[in-house]
Write a protein that binds this ligand. Structure first.
Ligand code: SF4
Length: 434
């Protein structure tokens, strides 16, 4: 091993659980991937990652099982189609997500997300942060993803001719979940970048190494954080925003059918299937696809002929939406299959749970995280599972224990309803749901 794993993080590269292997995460600006980029990604997966890629709950792409000697070539291949892993791991502004690709405002939020990606990625002023910094831009409040961002922007209409956003800050999941609080309503587009710059700067100056912005919120309180921001913003005006060609890369989402998507179980996609999806994007969706936070691939064709064509080709590619694996929304992190911190084989367990669940279970949204870091966002699902610890058994081996969370719409996050379950007890608990 010649490369320092700590220094690789800023490039989006982590060591895997399996010694000698690496994971490369790739940012997808605004969740929009072109057919050309998809073909390059498929090529990388085939050459270096066993023909597989993982779609994350933040609409990024991960390649697993890379060797150290592959990393530079993978970075070059990504750069050739305008993609990068820079800042996708480590203390940096992570991939900017648009969590609501099926809402009407998606083309608008996509433009802002891409702008923010270009502004903060590889910008030395916003790297070297105490820990990760997550930004999300949503077209509405559905799914509540604004609550788990360091900065969550929610489209709040048009004010004085420009779009404006409600700004939520200091949210996060992990071991100490903290819902974001509403910093300011209806902030004009020209103030968004100066405001986020101030938030990142305050975070960098006042938060201990290894802690998220939510730590600063707990330490200083809401008013204390507001005061730090006021000081940071003093004298800073809005940015002049020249008019330009600011159209989204995709058409607005379809209304009928409401969703045209390949539902990818646990975010595990093969390279040949991605090639098929790239073909569908080229033929029917203006050359673009949308990666969703539910780990699926959506298409926004021009209506109505494109929608029918895309749906027909998706069904032919095996994405008819009829299989149980496609019907049930189930967000899954890589867990101990690949992740160094994983305590349990999440994909295997998700399949066992699917097999055990009945109609009532199928109607819920599910998520399973392989450790308390909560990358699968289990506290946002109607039914969430976290592998919380390993317990030594009589035979000397160690087996995981799980907490089961349930969430109703009145709560910011789900709460644990069963704790310390063995794998068999977890499956039984899911079977009992019906
Ligand atoms: S939740 Fe834990 S196991 Fe899963 S990807 Fe995140 S860090 Fe890894």
């Amino acid at each position: 091993m010649t490369l320092d794993p700590q220094r690789l993080r800023i490039e989006g590269t982590y060591q895997q659980k399996q010694p000698g292997y690496f994971m490369q995460r790739v940012k997808v600006p605004g969740e929009v991937l072109s057919a050309e980029q998809a073909l390059k990604v498929a090529g990388i997966a085939e050459r270096f990652a066993g023909g597989l890629l993982h779609l994350t709950t933040r609409a990024s792409i991960e390649f697993h099982w890379l060797n150290e000697e592959n990393l530079a070539e993978v970075a070059r291949m990504l750069a050739a189609v305008g993609l990068t892993g820079r800042g996708a791991c480590g203390g940096a502004v992570r991939g900017v997500v648009c969590g609501t690709p099926f809402l009407e405002g998606f083309p608008t939020t996509q433009v802002l997300a891409r702008k923010l990606h270009h502004h903060f990625t590889q910008n030395p002023h916003f790297e070297g942060l105490p820990k990760k910094f997550k930004i999300g831009v949503d077209a509405g409040y559905r799914d509540s993803r604004h609550l788990i961002q360091d900065v969550g922007l929610v489209l709040a209409g048009v004010n004085g001719g420009t779009e404006c956003y409600d700004v939520w800050v200091a949210g996060g999941l992990g071991r100490e979940p903290q819902p974001a609080f509403l910093l300011e309503e209806k902030v004009a587009g020209e103030r968004i970048i100066p405001l986020i710059e101030a938030i990142v700067t305050v975070y960098q100056r006042h938060t201990p190494q290894g802690k998220r912005l939510k730590h600063l919120l707990r330490e200083r309180g809401e008013e204390g954080l507001r005061e730090l921001l006021r000081e940071e913003l003093a004298g800073k005006g809005p940015l002049a925003l020249p008019d330009g060609f600011a159209k989204g890369l995709t058409a607005p989402p379809a209304t009928s059918p409401p969703r045209i998507e390949a539902r990818v179980f646990a975010g595990e996609l093969t390279a040949p299937l991605l090639r098929r999806l790239a073909e569908i994007a080229t033929l029917h969706a203006g050359g673009f696809m949308v990666l969703t936070c539910e780990q699926n691939v959506a298409f926004h064709p021009e209506q109505p002929a494109g929608a029918a064509g895309a749906a027909t080709l998706l069904a032919a590619a095996g994405f008819s939406g009829e299989a149980k694996e496609e019907r049930v929304t189930f967000q899954v992190c890589p867990g101990s299959h690949e992740c160094r911190l994983g305590l349990a084989p999440t994909r295997d367990i998700a399949r066992e749970l699917l097999a055990a669940m009945g109609e009532k279970g199928e109607a819920l949204s599910w998520a399973i995280s392989g450790c308390p870091n909560s990358c699968a966002q289990p506290q946002l699902a109607e039914a969430g599972i976290i592998a919380v610890k390993l317990v030594k058994e009589g035979d000397g081996g160690r087996t995981p224990r799980f907490d089961l969370y349930r969430r109703n719409s009145a709560e910011a996050f789900g709460i644990p309803v069963r704790q310390g379950l063995t794998r068999a007890e977890l499956i039984e608990a899911v079977r009992e749901l019906g």
